[in-house]
Design a protein around this ligand. Sequence first.
Ligand SMILES: C=C(O[C@@H]1C=C(C(=O)O)C=C[C@H]1O)C(=O)O
Length: 120
Amino acid sequence: MTHPTERAIDRTRRCASMDEVRRHIDALDDTLVPLLVERGGYMTQAATLKPLASQVRDEARIEDIVRRVRARAAAEGGEPDVIEAIYRAMMEAFIAFEHREFDRLTAEGRKPQLQQETAP
Ligand SMILES: C=C(O[C@@H]1C=C(C(=O)O)C=C[C@H]1O)C(=O)O
């Protein structure tokens, strides 16, 4: 259980101007974007490992992630509905990227072939 003083919401600084607000937002985006890029790298890995394009979108996994991040948002003093909306939009963008990666890797012949495709 997260200690109340360790919640993310409690790290938000009180600002006296919009300039200050935006400086804090820019600094957080400098942390967030590299993490999102790193997360995207796993879409390429997933595209390599999934044998079928129909496996790129995994509804059960999406709902597991939504459940998990909603709970984490609440524990951090945030809004579960806001975090869910961000995550659903992010995962749609990543699924589209994973489909592009799946197609690219297939075209480049860098995906392991399915058993039935390699059988004589
Ligand atoms: C990375 C995966 O592929 C897709 C992308 C997901 C994500 O962005 O977390 C989740 C589920 C899948 O629809 C996966 O199956 O885990």
